[in-house]
Design a binder for this molecule. Structure first.
Ligand code: 0RA
Length: 651
């Protein structure tokens, strides 16, 4: 025995103490992400069984206390036979030794996994659980073994004869390791739904006993169903609006499904649909994990798709004279899903959501290009609609550049580097710390101008109502004095000619009255920025100031309230004060003393601001299209509802 004992065996035999000593090394953090990592780990094992064709059902139960979970699958069941070398049953080895799990026996086909998905193994979950119970059905019987903090508390027990096969893992994370052991049902639900899209045909159920809610997901068309969901929004009843911006320009999506059981390598799935939307919206996954920041696989999709389309356009001489197509034109309005499975994914970036494997680019590119070209040639109606969409994008881009040049020429007449006359610039524009406040009305602009920090804060007052840009062409938009002044002050252009690197300020802050008129102006400005300067929002440069609506004086103290609820809260906490509160409601920012405006709204040390960001491009595109198109009251609600929600304003 000593003769065959090698270094490799030592790793296999390593106990779980290191996991309990330095849990962060294995699951990333002890916060909510780390806690949920335990669930993903156990789920991945079940998903692996499904992926390899052994399981058709995965059921997750979140127990009433919200701190324990059961994952059940109808796969082959974890082996329970005695391992000849280690004199222990296989189940115990898998659950009590580090690195055992999938790589336990690399020769055996049965241990081949999709490539470690999250990759730390069920033993890590066991080590970090105050209780774990594994129940297995296989070899005609039901088996059970329990553990505590990674150590067996019972031997493997044969409970009796049983039909079928499968694995059930119950676990309860150790509260002495995790500061908070409550799972988030919504997070789990979202992951389960995603699994059902990425592994078509698998029934995934969620028994949420915290909220007494049951969910069942099964998608026989896999990512094509996900694409459909992206196109129609979560509520299928919203489909009615025929003018919705995400209306498809061709009937059936392009799909590419390549399974890994061929010798050609990785499993790849792609579904693409061009729409009338003006943005691109792509969701990508690697081994079932969302890659929100893209990476090499997405690059491969873009390059393969681009080459196929260009080739098609060239072969059929479809490019109009005098129009050059850039790669963004090929993707405008594109809604898509990309899912790939690779053996050793390397994730990069702050949130580890960007794929870094260089080979993934070529793999996806070379799969997508011929398949898409073939599809275009066999779906001529769709192909022509897509080419028209691409040409439309190129034309719009060129028109917007022409319109912008016109604005530049017009403003060249004015002095000071062509800046608008009513801009009170700061003395150090161009620095990261500089801010442009866009203020409604001249009198508010006056207070802001006096109250500001003139070194870092610039003020641009806008008079009256801004044009509703939703239905206007860019040329008309730029005819509007207020908006063209704004474009000039920002310095970074507009539409397709937008260049974020030319932005003259570190932040752009919308400052409007805390009333409904103010909200309306804010909505109009946000619509304009969203439609014509989207990167300003995606780069996190746009903020909403939160000015007070009430001033409340109680004795010698002054309080500021941003809305009625805030006012009531302040009054309630001072209910027992001797002094009677004096309440004043501002009719507008112009009524505030410059010093008060500084203290409440401008001073970075004391103010509150909401950062505007886009959660779902396509959703936003549609919501704005619908709201700004018609109902005036709906637009107001849109901004006000969202503004109440959180510090971050979700568009
Ligand atoms: C190792 C080998 C075999 C199955 C599994 C592990 C397995 C693990 C988990 C974890 C959750 N559900 C699972 N289902 C199966 C296959 C052994 C064989 O039958 O050849």
């Amino acid at each position: 025995m000593t003769a065959t004992y090698t270094a490799k065996d030592i790793t296999v035999l390593e106990g779980l103490d290191p996991v309990r000593k330095r849990p962060g090394m294995y699951i990333g953090s002890l916060g909510s992400a780390g806690l949920h990592h335990l669930v993903w780990e156990i789920l991945d094992n079940a998903v692996d069984e499904a992926m390899n064709g052994h399981a058709t059902e995965i059921a997750l139960t979140l127990h009433k206390d919200g701190t324990s979970v059961t994952v059940k699958d109808n796969g082959r069941g974890i082996p329970v036979d005695k391992h000849p070398k280690f004199k222990k049953n296989a189940l115990e080895i898998i659950l009590t030794t580090l690195h055992a799990g999938g790589k336990f026996d690399s020769n055996s086909e049965s241990y081949k996994t999709s490539g470690g998905l999250h990759g730390v193994g069920a033993s890590v979950v066991n080590a970090l659980s105050k209780e774990l119970k594994a129940t297995v059905k296989r070899d005609g019987a039901q088996w059970e073994q329990t553990f505590r903090c990674g150590r067996p508390t019972t031997k493997l027990k044969r409970l009796g004869a049983a039909r079928g096969t499968g694995t059930t893992i119950y676990f309860h994370p150790d509260p002495t390791i995790f500061p908070k052991t409550e799972f988030n049902p919504a997070t789990i639900d979202e992951r389960l739904e995603t699994i059902s899209y990425l592994h078509r045909g698998v029934r995934v159920t969620f028994d949420d006993q915290v909220n007494k809610k049951q969910q069942s997901y099964k998608h026989d068309r896999g990512i094509v169903d996900l694409l459909h969901k992206m196109l129609t929004g979560t509520a299928p009843s919203n489909e009615s609006s025929g003018t919705a911006p995400s209306k498809p320009v061709h009937e059936s999506p392009f799909t590419l499904i390549r399974d890994s059981d061929t010798t050609r390598g990785e499993r790849i799935e792609v579904a693409l649909q061009w729409t009338e939307a003006t943005c691109e919206s792509l969701r990508s996954y690697v081994n079932g994990i969302p890659t929100g920041s893209g990476g090499t696989h997405e690059n491969g999709l873009r390059s393969g798709m681009g080459k196929a389309l260009r080739n098609y356009i060239e072969t059929h001489s479809l490019a109009p004279k005098g129009v050059t197509l850039i790669s963004e034109d090929l993707r405008e309005g594109l809604v898509g899903v990309l899912s790939i499975f690779v053996t050793e994914p390397q994730f990069q970036g702050q949130t580890k959501d960007r794929l870094n494997n260089p080979e993934a680019q070529a793999i996806v590119d070379s799969a997508v290009r011929p398949a898409l070209e073939h599809w275009l040639n066999h779906n001529r109606t769709a192909a022509e609609a897509i080419v028209s969409r691409v040409i439309l994008s190129a034309r719009a881009r060129e028109a917007s550049r022409a319109a912008q040049q016109q604005v530049v020429r017009k403003s060249a007449v004015s002095h000071r580097l062509n800046l608008p006359g009513k801009l009170s610039d700061c003395t150090s524009p161009g620095t990261a710390g500089s801010e442009l406040f866009i203020v409604e009305g001249d009198s508010a602009g006056g207070s802001a101008k006096q109250g500001r920090d003139r070194k870092h804060q610039a003020i641009l007052p806008l008079r009256g109502k801004v044009l509703n840009t939703e239905q206007a062409s860019l040329a008309k938009v730029l005819d509007n004095k207020e908006l063209s002044d704004l474009v000039t002050a920002l310095g970074c252009g507009v539409g397709k000619a937008f260049d974020l690197s030319k932005l003259r300020y570190g932040r752009v802050v919308l400052l409007a009255d805390a009333d409904s008129d103010g909200h309306h102006i804010t909505t109009l400005l946000l619509t304009f920025i969203y439609r014509h300067m989207t990167p300003l929002i995606t780069a996190g440069k746009v903020y909403l100031a939160v000015p007070p609506l009430y001033r409340i004086d109680i004795g010698k103290k002054t309080y500021w309230a941003t809305d009625d609820a805030d006012r009531d809260r302040i009054l309630k906490t001072h209910r027992d004060d001797r002094a009677k509160p004096q309440i004043m409601r501002f009719k507008g920012l112009g009524e505030m003393m410059p010093s008060a405006l500084w203290e409440t709204t401008l001073n970075p040390k004391t103010r509150q601001q909401l950062r505007v960001h886009i959660v779902d491009n396509l959703q936003t595109d549609r919501i704005i299209g619908e709201l700004m198109g018609k109902d005036a009251s709906a637009r107001l609600r849109f901004v006000m509802d969202r503004a109440d929600e959180a510090q971050d304003l979700d568009l």
